[in-house]
Design a protein around this ligand. Structure first.
Ligand SMILES: *[C@@H]1O[C@H](CO)[C@@H](O)[C@H](O)[C@H]1NC(C)=O
Ligand SMILES: *[C@@H]1O[C@H](CO)[C@@H](O)[C@H](O)[C@H]1NC(C)=O
Ligand SMILES: *[C@@H]1O[C@H](CO)[C@@H](O)[C@H](O)[C@H]1NC(C)=O
Ligand SMILES: *[C@@H]1O[C@H](CO)[C@@H](O)[C@H](O)[C@H]1NC(C)=O
Length: 437
C-alpha cells in the first residue's frame, strides 16, 4: 500500500438512489452502503456512529489505484475516514477529475474548492433502473490525480421525491409530471429560523444549515421555536422528508396589533444559470394559536406560486403538522433564486401572517444528463480512452443494488394529484404523491 501525505482537501460523495420500494413506518433503506475509500479496515465509525466499510475488500473494480493515508496529525478531520483516500496516482499536482454514475455526469473538471467549508460533500439523487450502480472517477485533462475519501449510497425513501411539481414562472403556474426520470443535485438545504441540523438528528443523515446567510429581508419577522410534538400524518411529510428539528423551528411575520405588516420574508439563493431547479418549501404551523387563522402568499422568483395558502386546510385542521410543496423553476440569468412568503388579502390582524420552516433547492440534470455543463457522460469516457489508451484505468466503484425490476413498476404508480390536501382517510394515503397544494 502506498502511503502518502494528503493535504487537507477532502471530498466525499453522497448518492441517493430512487428505488421506490415500499417503506414501513421507520425508514430503513433497501440499499445502504457506506464506503471508506482507501481503507483496509472492516469498519470505521464516524461521529454519528455509522460504520463505513473499507473499499479494499469490496466495491472497487479498478486495479491500478492506490490508497492514500494522511500522516498529518494536525489534520482536523470531522470523521476518521477523511484521513484515507482512494486515488490514481500520488498527488503531485492539483487534483482535477470528472465523476460519472450510471449515465449521469455528476461533476466535470472538478477541483476541490479552496474554502473553509471542510469537508466537501456532493449529494445527488439519481434514478437507477439496473441492479448495479457504477460510480467512476475519471481524471480530466492534464491531471492524473483524482480521489475520493468516502462514498455513501442510500436508497431514497419512497416519498422523498414525487413525480409531480408545480412549474412557476412569469407566464404560468402549472403542474408538471415526469420528475422521477431526472437526477437531482442538492445545492441548498436550510433549516429556517433554527439551528444547524447535523446528520445525527436527521433520519437520512443530511445536514441542514441555518438561514442566516440567505435571509435578505426580515423586517418585523421573528424566529419561532416549538417545544411540542410535531404531528406527522400519513400522506404528509414524513420524518425522512423533514426531521422534527426542521419543523419545530420557523421564521414568521406576525401582527401584534390591528395592522397587518406590509412586507415579505425573502431568502435569496445563488444557483448556476442554465439549469432547472426544484424548490421545496417546508411548512408547519407551530405559531398559530388556533387553526384557520393563518393565510399567506408564497412567491418564487417574484412570481405568485400560491395565493392565500391555508395550512390548516391542507393538514385537516391539525396544527404543528408538516406539509411541503415542490416548485419547479428555471435558474434565471442573474443566478439568483428568490423565495418569499408574505401576507395575503386574507391575512388576519393579531395573528401570524406568514411562515416558513425550511427550504431545499435541487438542481436538475440538463438534457445531456449532466449537472456540470453541456457534455454527456459518454463523451467523458470516450475522451478518457482516447487520451490514455490502456495506461490508467479510471477509478470505478460498483455497488450492487437490491432494486430489481420493481423500480420500473413503482415508477408507473407515480401519477399523483398535485396541490391536494392531505387525505382525510388514512387508507387513501398515497405516499407517492408527495403532498402538495
Ligand atoms: C440533536 O437535537 C437535539 C434536540 O434538538 C439537540 O439538543 C442536540 O444538540 C442535537 N445533536 C446534534 C449532534 O446535532
Ligand atoms: C411580496 O413579494 C411579491 C413578489 O415580489 C410582491 O408582488 C408583493 O407586493 C410583496 N408583498 C409585500 C407586502 O411587500
Ligand atoms: C388580492 O390583492 C391583489 C392586490 O394586492 C389583487 O390584485 C387581487 O385581486 C386580490 N385578490 C383577492 C382575492 O381579492
Ligand atoms: C435528465 O436526464 C434524464 C436521463 O438522461 C433525461 O430523461 C431528462 O430529460 C434530463 N432532464 C432534463 C431537465 O433535461
Amino acid at each position: 500500500m502506498a502511503t502518502t501525505k494528503i493535504s487537507s482537501s477532502t471530498f466525499s460523495l453522497y448518492v441517493s438512489v430512487i428505488s421506490l420500494l415500499s417503506v414501513a413506518y421507520a425508514f430503513s433503506p433497501v440499499d445502504h452502503y457506506l464506503v471508506n475509500c482507501g481503507s483496509h479496515s472492516a469498519g470505521t465509525s464516524d461521529l454519528d456512529h455509522r460504520v463505513f466499510i473499507g473499499d479494499a475488500s469490496r466495491f472497487l473494480t479498478s486495479t491500478l489505484t492506490i490508497q492514500l493515508e494522511s500522516t498529518d496529525s494536525k489534520l482536523t478531520s470531522p470523521s476518521p475516514f477523511y484521513s484515507t483516500a482512494r486515488a490514481f496516482d500520488h498527488p503531485r499536482i492539483t487534483p482535477e477529475f470528472h465523476v460519472v454514475a450510471n449515465g449521469f455526469l455528476l461533476l466535470r473538471n472538478f477541483r476541490i474548492p479552496k474554502t473553509d467549508n471542510f469537508p466537501v460533500i456532493k449529494e445527488f439523487v439519481i434514478p437507477v433502473a439496473s441492479e448495479e450502480l457504477k460510480i467512476a472517477i475519471v481524471p480530466s485533462g492534464r491531471s492524473k490525480f483524482g480521489f475520493v475519501n468516502a462514498i455513501e449510497v442510500i436508497s431514497a425513501p419512497q416519498d422523498l421525491i414525487a413525480d409531480v411539481a408545480q412549474l412557476v414562472d412569469f407566464e404560468k403556474n402549472e403542474r408538471v409530471n415526469g420528475l422521477l426520470k431526472n437526477g437531482f443535485e442538492t445545492v441548498h438545504r436550510v433549516n429556517v429560523g433554527g439551528f444547524k441540523v447535523t446528520p445525527f438528528n436527521d433520519s437520512l443523515w443530511r445536514t441542514w444549515v441555518t438561514d442566516d446567510d440567505y435571509l435578505v429581508s426580515s423586517d418585523g419577522s421573528k424566529e419561532i421555536h416549538f417545544g411540542g410534538r410535531i404531528m406527522y400524518q400519513m400522506g404528509g411529510a414524513s420524518r425522512e422528508v423533514g426531521p422534527d428539528n426542521v419543523y419545530n423551528t420557523a421564521r414568521v411575520i406576525k401582527s401584534s396589533d390591528d395592522l397587518i405588516p406590509n412586507g415579505n420574508l425573502t431568502w435569496l439563493f445563488q444557483v448556476e444559470k442554465g439549469y432547472s431547479y426544484m424548490v421545496r418549501m417546508h411548512f408547519c404551523d407551530i405559531a398559530s394559536v388556533a387553526a384557520g387563522m393563518l393565510y399567506f402568499n408564497v412567491y418564487v422568483n417574484g412570481n405568485l406560486a400560491y395565493e392565500n395558502l391555508d395550512l390548516s386546510y391542507m393538514t385537516n385542521r391539525l396544527l404543528a403538522s408538516p406539509f411541503y410543496a415542490d416548485f419547479l423553476v428555471d435558474g434565471d440569468s442573474s443566478g439568483n433564486l428568490v423565495v418569499s412568503v408574505g401576507p395575503s388579502n386574507m391575512s388576519l390582524p393579531r395573528a401570524v401572517d406568514a411562515i416558513l420552516n425550511g427550504v431545499e433547492i435541487w438542481k436538475l440534470n440538463n438534457s445531456m444528463g449532466s449537472f456540470d455543463g453541456e457534455v454527456c457522460s459518454d463523451f467523458v469516457w470516450r475522451s478518457w480512452r482516447r487520451a490514455h489508451a490502456g495506461v490508467l484505468l479510471p477509478l470505478v466503484a460498483a455497488v450492487f443494488l437490491l432494486l430489481s425490476v420493481s423500480v420500473f413498476l413503482q415508477w408507473r404508480r407515480s401519477g399523483a394529484v398535485a396541490w391536494s390536501r392531505l387525505p382525510v382517510d388514512v387508507s387513501e394515503a398515497d405516499l407517492k404523491s408527495g403532498n402538495h397544494f
